[in-house]
Design a protein around this ligand. Structure first.
Ligand code: ATP
Length: 465
């Protein structure tokens, strides 16, 4: 796709999200609040379906994985043990002309220069200087930047600290959800019948002082992660890792019905020192293939660090072989909003109709559609139609997420439901009053069929569940 078309698709998605109540910019009436977004009625539904599907797939379908919900605030030492206090930093520079701040690794990437994650501040600054003639500010196009500085991404708070110099001793908002899993590993082991190998899954908010929050909901400072940490023996770590990679790939291709051509594996060449192997699953977003989720083999780094810093023995003794070791961890980590953006990209369709008109339709898989059924009386000003439609709606709403709409002409109502991706529209007309049947219109084929009211629930149930 040409660059212009790509940007265009992104603009169209952003505009649809606002227009139709998926995603709103935060604090808009106050002039906005950079990098934060609010989810409108359909966005909230879509998010909740994504989380439910992830949870079913990762917890309910698996006998060896259990759930957890740990607090956002934790002991500050956790972030020292994890390496975030000293090492969770991105290199930053500012354009001297327009004052746009950018991540140096992103600017290098845009100029096709690859920076190594392990590089020191000085090394990355040197690489930046060496390539400066290729690098342009993404906002104004000039090549005049401030010195490169590393900036720590942890967000600090004064929780429980009532002094003025709380900054010296901050409590952090968690930068990732998995630390809450590591520090509860022993609790889970002691309070359940879990035996290695087993996994702990969690969904929750994480916070990062991202230097450049870019590309709509792709990168924000407050975001929701879905993470699963799987505890293995050192001997089976890589075998389990391969299984996890395959399982996660199927989540997207089979369970969420994302087209395989829009997904690919990206292998990390420059691993952090403790990692055994790291792959990302990338999705073909409107701005190109970018990280959707990380599937990483982390060795025994996490529990070794927490053992050391907490002075708690986190080793495991195999009940059968009596072998004692610090568990190795493989992880799957993804942001809810990244899946949502991938699904919006996947679903967005523009169609030319036979009568020459155009329609925009979000072709979400039925199980992900925010609203499953819309119920319309053909005319708003005919009380007998409205009454009958309400009666149908009042039955269906207990089974499916439904919407009642009697506004405007039927064509307009269809267009609106197409744009939010509603798979079925049920219309009550004068024939309904005579014959007891309704029109069910299919979102994708736009075909209409007459269904008896008494059969409607099972008809929809077969299509939706
Ligand atoms: P990047 O290199 O893009 O900053 P990362 O490699 O640091 O990301 P991880 O720490 O591996 O990301 O986070 C795991 C997952 O959490 C990512 O694959 C992504 O889906 C999600 N994620 C991370 N940061 C953000 C963010 N700022 N906004 C939204 N989702 C995020």
């Amino acid at each position: 796709m040409a660059e212009k078309e790509e940007n265009n698709l992104m603009e169209k998605i952003v505009s649809l999200c606002k227009r139709r109540g998926f995603v709103y910019p935060s604090s808009e009436i106050y002039g906005g609040f950079s990098s934060c977004y609010d989810y409108g009625p359909y966005g909230a539904e879509l998010e909740s379906s994504i989380k439910k599907m992830w949870w079913d797939y990762m917890v309910q379908f698996r006998e060896d994985i259990i759930g957890l919900n740990s607090a956002i605030f934790m002991h500050p030492k956790i972030w020292e043990a994890s390496g975030h206090v000293s090492g969770f930093a991105d290199p930053l520079t500012e354009c001297k002309n327009c004052h746009t701040r950018s991540r140096v690794d992103h600017l290098l990437e845009d100029a096709s220069v690859i920076a190594d994650e392990k590089m020191s501040e000085k090394e990355i600054a040197d690489l930046f200087k060496k390539n400066i003639q290729k690098i342009k500010c993404p906002n104004c196009g000039k090549s005049d930047f401030t010195e490169v500085k590393k900036f720590n991404l942890l967000v600090k708070s004064n929780l429980g600290n009532f002094t003025d110099d709380w900054q010296k001793d901050p409590v952090y908002l968690r930068g990732e959800t998995c630390q809450g899993i590591y520090v509860n590993y022993k609790n889970v082991l002691d309070s359940t019948r879990s035996r290695i190998p087993f996994g702990i899954a969690q969904i929750g908010k994480a916070f990062r002082n991202e230097i450049t929050a870019r590309q709509f909901i792709f990168r924000t400072r407050e975001f929701e992660q879905m993470e699963m940490q799987y505890f293995t023996s050192p001997k089976t770590e890589m075998q389990e890792y391969e299984k996890l990679r395959e399982y996660r790939w199927k989540f997207y291709t089979e369970y969420l019905s994302i087209k395989e051509k829009n997904l690919k594996w990206h292998k990390h060449d420059n691993l952090v020192f403790y990692a055994k192997e790291a792959f990302d699953i990338e999705y073909n977003f409107p701005f190109g293939f970018k990280e959707l989720e990380g599937v990483h083999a982390r060795g025994d780094y996490d529990l070794t660090q927490h053992s050391k810093f907490s002075k708690t023995d986190l080793s495991y003794t195999d009940p059968e072989t009596k072998e004692k070791y610090t568990p190795h961890i493989i992880e799957s980590s993804v942001g809810v909003a990244r899946i949502m953006l991938a699904l919006m990209t996947e679903a967005y369709t523009e169609e030319k109709l036979e009568d020459g008109e155009e329609r925009i339709v979000m072709k979400f898989p039925v199980k992900l559609a925010p609203v499953k059924v819309a119920v319309f009386p053909l005319l708003k000003n005919k009380p007998e139609l409205v009454k009958k439609a309400k009666a149908v709606f009042d039955v269906l709403k207990y089974k499916f997420m439904c919407e009642f709409d009697d506004n405007g002409n039927i064509g307009k109502r269809y267009r609106r439901q197409d744009e939010i991706g509603t798979p079925f529209c049920v219309t009550i007309d004068f024939d309904t009053l005579e014959n007891g049947d309704v029109t069910v219109r299919d979102r994708d084929t736009m075909k209409q069929e007459r269904i008896k009211i008494e059969d409607l629930q099972s008809f929809l149930n077969n299509k939706i569940n």
